[in-house]
Design a binder for this molecule. Structure first.
Ligand SMILES: [Zn+2]
Length: 69
C-alpha cells in the first residue's frame, strides 16, 4: 500500500511539474504584465515570478475572484 501511495505522489509531482513547464513555455517568459491591466499599478517582480502570466495586481485579482462565478 505504501509503495503505491509513494508512486502515486511521485507521478502527481512529475505531472504538475510538466504542466507548469508547458504553461510557462506556452505563455512565454515575459507573459506576466508589468502593470495591472485593471488599475495600471505596477505589479511587483515577486508577484510576476510567483504567478507567471498574471495581468492583475493583488487587489484587482482578489476583486475579480470575489466577483467570479
Ligand atoms: Zn490593479
Amino acid at each position: 500500500m505504501d509503495e503505491i501511495d509513494i508512486a502515486q505522489n511521485h507521478w502527481e509531482l512529475l505531472l504538475s511539474a510538466r504542466i507548469n513547464n508547458l504553461r510557462q513555455k506556452a505563455t512565454g517568459a515575459d507573459a506576466s504584465a508589468t502593470e495591472c491591466e485593471e488599475c495600471g499599478v505596477e505589479i511587483p517582480e515577486a508577484r510576476r515570478q510567483a504567478v507567471p502570466g498574471c495581468t492583475l495586481c493583488v487587489d484587482c485579482q482578489e476583486k475579480t475572484e470575489a466577483n467570479g462565478p
